[in-house]
Design a protein around this ligand. Structure first.
Ligand code: S3P
Length: 170
């Protein structure tokens, strides 16, 4: 990686991408971007509103464009929506823009973390365990992985920074 490459944090809903991303950004003194927040700003609607009014396919279309736009920026810490890098094209775009780190956790931990958030995450109303299984190969295709089970956000951020420092000296 080059010093100006992005650091991209991805993984299923509830793996702690945004919290860890914000900590990494603060520690490395870099700007932080959350792809869902950027989409909400651009469209002028919340994610559940976009799903309800326009459907998931329209959301994925917006997400693909946002992925390409953000990948063209430099020096950011970017947390993606949980489905963004399930798409192979999006994954390749982000992998070539910087270090991509995929966070995971056991379904039990995810359930605990997600129970409070159903209103914000339309896909949690369906079979989210089935979705997690279906997506597993796409997440596993990302070379850098961190299992966050039993770890604090601070510990996860420290691991991400260690991966980043290694990638710079490689
Ligand atoms: C989604 C994850 C959400 C958001 C949207 C779809 C997904 O982001 O992009 O609800 O497909 O996994 P978080 O992972 O930040 O909850």
């Amino acid at each position: 990686m080059k010093p100006e490459s992005n650091i991209v944090i991805t993984g299923f809903m509830g793996t702690g991408k945004s919290t860890a991303g914000q900590l990494v950004a603060a520690q490395l003194n870099r700007p932080f971007l959350d792809t869902d927040a950027e989409i909400e700003k651009r469209v002028g609607k919340t994610i559940p509103q976009i799903f309800a009014d326009e459907g998931e396919a329209a959301f994925r279309h917006i997400e693909r464009r946002m992925c390409r736009f953000l990948a063209a920026q430099e020096g950011y810490v970017i947390s993606t929506g949980g489905g963004m890098l399930v798409d192979e094209g999006n994954r390749e775009v982000m992998l070539s823009s910087g270090l991509v780190v995929c966070l995971s956790a056991t379904p039990e931990i995810l359930l605990q973390r997600l129970q409070a958030d159903k209103a914000e995450r339309p896909l949690l109303r369906g079979d989210w365990r089935g979705l997690l299984e279906k997506r597993r190969p796409a997440y596993e295709a990302i070379p850098c992985q961190i299992d966050t089970t039993g770890k604090t956000a601070e510990a996860v951020a420290t691991e991400i920074i260690a991966l980043w420092n290694n990638s710079l000296s490689a």
